[in-house]
Design a protein around this ligand. Structure first.
Ligand SMILES: [Zn+2]
Length: 252
């Protein structure tokens, strides 16, 4: 496509770039992603991203799937083949890129997009584990990241009714949505270096368009954003998270 020229793309590792624009066929999903990348500062996120940082981050994401929660820093260092003295600086730089979330004193990992150790409304069943995703798009992108199907158990931000999604084709497509009227609101909010505490909180599921409309009228009527179908939100999630472990030998 001729307009691909304006689409930002950043090197992650040999043969892999962020985001995976090939996963995105919907113009609405593309526009939402462009707004998200603008708000999070995607260029800064990936500038001079190093193989050492990548090794730490990809190991952390693999351990998340195995253990269902963030690894202890010492365990992460051992699995990533990094010295205990070096792991701190790698985590600090990953935090500065807003690729991992640390607790207040930096002594503990509490999240790595799409995951958080906090309880959230977005529960993702991945094999025998159930993990908390930071937002609706993160939940929907997780399956493709691991090359596995997932079930997302979330709820309507307006009324609390259950919203569940199952994927097929190793996380690359929507298999089932309950209720069938469910949609995603991708709110756009400046992140100030931590999307987990800002933009992620306004990317949520709704059981139907009417509940999205009533919620927006009451809560975030001035926050810009994009209404996405579940399929469009899955495209966005794949674009963001598909590259996370792509091109590596083993996924859990
Ligand atoms: Zn509802």
């Amino acid at each position: 496509m001729a307009d691909d020229i304006r689409l930002p793309s950043y090197a992650v590792r040999p043969g892999v770039t962020f985001p995976d624009w090939a996963a995105v066929t919907s113009p609405q999903a593309r526009e939402a992603l462009l707004a998200i990348f603008d708000a999070i500062g995607a260029e800064k996120m990936w500038r001079s991203y190093t193989p050492a940082e990548d090794a730490v981050r990809t190991t952390l994401l693999r351990l998340y799937a195995e253990e269902g929660r963030a690894a202890a820093i010492g365990d992460l260092a051992r699995h990533a083949g990094v010295s205990e003295s070096a792991i701190g600086s790698h985590l600090a730089s990953l935090k500065a890129r807003d690729l991992v979330v640390l607790d207040a004193d930096g002594g503990r990992i509490v999240g790595a997009y799409p995951w958080t150790d906090r309880e959230t409304e977005h529960r993702v069943s991945l094999g025998e584990r159930t993990l908390n995703a930071l937002c609706a798009i993160d939940a929907l992108g997780a399956g493709d990241m691991y090359g596995r199907d997932v079930e997302v158990h979330s709820s309507c931000r307006a009324c609390g009714a259950p919203v569940t999604i199952a994927t097929r084709d190793r996380g690359r497509a929507v298999a089932d949505v309950q209720p069938g009227s469910a949609v995603v609101w991708s709110g756009i909010r400046q992140t100030d270096g931590c999307a987990a505490d800002s933009m992620c909180t306004v990317i949520a599921f709704f059981c139907e368009d009417a509940h999205l409309a009533s919620w927006r009228a009451q809560h975030h009527s001035e926050t810009p954003g994009f209404r996405l179908s579940i399929d469009e939100a899955l495209q966005a999630g794949r674009a963001v998270f598909g590259p996370s472990l792509a091109g590596l030998e083993v996924t859990p």
